[in-house]
Design a protein around this ligand. Structure first.
Ligand code: RP5
Length: 165
C-alpha cells in the first residue's frame, strides 16, 4: 500500500496533527510525518513534494496555521493529491488559515477539510488509498456502518424517552 505523508508547518501544530496520525494508526495505514514550512524551509518543502511520488507516498496531508501556504506550496510541486488542514491559531480563530488553504488558483488543487479537521483529513486520505485497496475500503465501510448503528441507537433511546406519552 502507498503511504500517507503528514506534513506540518511547525511542531506547535502537533497536538492537532496527532489526531490524523492516530486515525491512520487505527487502520494500520503506513504514514510518515515531517515538519516543512512554506516560509521557513521553502527549499526542503519543495524537494519533499517533488520526491514524494517516488518515495512511495500516495497522498499528502498538509497542516498549517496563520498565513497557511504549506498545502498550496506542496501542491505546486507534485500532482499527488494534497489534503489541507487549516489550523486554528489565537488571533483569527483559523479563518486566516482556512482562506489561505482553500482559495487555490485553478490548476493547482488542494482538498481542504474543516479548521482543525485532522480526523477527516486522515479519513479522506484513506478513502483515496482505498480506491485501489479493497481491504481498506471494507474497513472504512465497516466503521461507517458502526457509526450509523450508534446514532440509530441514540435516536431509539430519545424517541422512547420523549415520544411515548
Ligand atoms: C505556521 O505558523 C505553522 O503551521 C503554525 O501553525 C504557525 C505558527 O508557527 P510557530 O510560530 O508556532 O512555529 O507556519
Amino acid at each position: 500500500m502507498k503511504k500517507v505523508a503528514i506534513v506540518m508547518g511547525s511542531d506547535s501544530d502537533l497536538p492537532v496533527v496527532e489526531k490524523a496520525a492516530d486515525t491512520l494508526r487505527r487502520y494500520q495505514v503506513p504514514f510518515e510525518m515531517h515538519i516543512f514550512s512554506a516560509h521557513r524551509t521553502p527549499e526542503e518543502a519543495r524537494a519533499f513534494a517533488q520526491g514524494a511520488r517516488e518515495a512511495g507516498i500516495g497522498v499528502i496531508i498538509a497542516a498549517a496555521g496563520k498565513a497557511a501556504h504549506l498545502a498550496g506550496a506542496l501542491a505546486a510541486n507534485t500532482t499527488l493529491p494534497i489534503i489541507g488542514i487549516p489550523l486554528k491559531s489565537t488571533v483569527l480563530d483559523g479563518v486566516d488559515a482556512l482562506l489561505s488553504t482553500v482559495q487555490m488558483p485553478s490548476g493547482i488543487p488542494v482538498a481542504t477539510v474543516a479548521i482543525d479537521g485532522a480526523v477527516n483529513a486522515a479519513l479522506l486520505s484513506m478513502e483515496i488509498l482505498a480506491l485501489s485497496d479493497e481491504t481498506l475500503a471494507a474497513a472504512l465501510e465497516q466503521t461507517r456502518a458502526e457509526e450509523t448503528a450508534r446514532v440509530l441507537e441514540k435516536n431509539a433511546a430519545i424517541e422512547a424517552k420523549y415520544n411515548n406519552n
